[in-house]
Write a new protein. Structure first.
Length: 349
């Protein structure tokens, strides 16, 4: 692991027997006639039986389902984050790329995502972009738009959507037991998160303009979720890109909230994992040696890079013109350059 954006020696990943989610996610991206819920939104549904939720590495512990509380007004956590992201909103407004909201019915829930398309009409690989713990705000959508500008279809799910009463609600309106979005996000059991990710991956693969190739980019909470999804043994994606969150074996989400080394073993990982970390991000930097050691011992492809002087969430902070840490902007620009190169390489392996 090295600083200032230089790469470590890459680890090869194993070729042994691989575990997958407990059922193959075969959700079709077939458009339902007349399915519009908001301006530009399109609804999709499954043509096959809905799959069972994925299994956790520690199946001895049962994780309860989570239902958020519907709020009549935008929630505190989401509102405060969104209000501070006018720079991202302005960039999205000026974006020349075609984009729209879509919805996906999954296990009785209506999940929503923002989809950005690259210029032109040619088929392109897809990149799933997973948001921070605050829910889907404009900074994550802005990152997705930057990925779309690289030539990819960016699918950005609202991972809170569908967690409300009757399978509804989204980041703007749902709260957890503490009254905000973050406690709702972290209460969702890991296997449910992985199943939802798998549904969106399969959706992205079946878009008419998709080549069927797919990567995942996860930001903060989304980065940890992406790493845990890789740890299920999935072969459904080509690479996973983790931005500033802990990975296996340190687990910090939901009912598996532990720091043990056996909760999420990395031996089943079948895809390359690339890490993007800020030097001053104490919580993540403290966990990184254990993750690096575990991945090395299992001979997995892991490429962690630490950006000198950068804080947690530097992809968001680095875009903010009011930011005072120049290292965040440098890390954000270096990460976009690296991301563009690594995504391109992931689809030609």
């Amino acid at each position: 692991m090295t600083n200032s954006g230089s790469s470590t020696r890459r680890r090869r990943f194993g070729r042994g027997p691989l575990a997958v989610l407990s059922a193959t996610l075969l959700l079709s991206a077939t458009l339902l006639a007349g399915g519009t819920a908001v301006a530009g939104e399109q609804s999709f549904a499954a043509t096959a039986a809905e799959p069972a939720l994925g299994t956790t590495a520690d199946s001895s512990t049962s994780c309860p389902s989570v239902t958020g509380t519907q709020s009549a007004t935008p929630t505190a956590g989401w509102t405060s984050q969104q209000a501070s992201q006018s720079f991202a909103t302005a960039k999205l407004t000026a974006s020349p790329r075609a984009s729209r909201w879509v919805s996906l019915r999954f296990h009785g829930q209506t999940m929503r995502a923002w989809v950005d398309y690259p210029a032109g009409r040619k088929k392109a690989p897809a990149v799933l972009v997973l948001h921070e713990v605050f829910g889907l705000t404009d900074s994550t959508r802005n990152t997705a738009d930057e990925i779309a500008a690289m030539g990819y279809i960016a699918v950005t799910p609202d991972m809170i959507s569908g967690l409300g009463p009757d399978g509804g609600g989204d980041s703007r309106t749902l709260t957890g037991t503490g009254g905000g979005t973050s406690d709702l996000v972290t209460a969702v059991p890991d296997e449910e998160v992985s199943a939802r990710i798998g549904a969106w991956v399969n959706y992205a693969k079946h878009l008419p303009r998709s080549t069927g190739q797919t990567d995942i980019v996860g930001l903060s909470w989304g980065g940890g979720a992406a790493f845990r999804y890789a740890a299920t043994g999935t072969k459904s994606v080509d690479s996973v890109f983790v931005f500033y969150d802990v990975g296996p074996p340190a687990v910090t989400q939901g009912c598996h909230r532990t720091e043990g080394l056996t909760d999420y073993p990395v031996d089943k990982i079948a895809v390359p994992v690339h890490g993007f970390y800020g030097e001053t991000d104490t919580r993540v930097m403290t966990s990184l040696p254990a993750t690096t050691e575990a991945m090395s011992a299992a001979e997995k492809y892991y490429d962690p890079v630490v950006y000198t002087g950068a804080d947690h969430a530097f992809m968001r902070l680095g875009e903010d013109p009011s930011g005072t840490n120049a290292a965040n902007s440098a890390a954000e620009q270096a990460s976009l350059k690296r991301l563009k190169k690594e995504i391109r390489q992931s689809f030609v392996r």
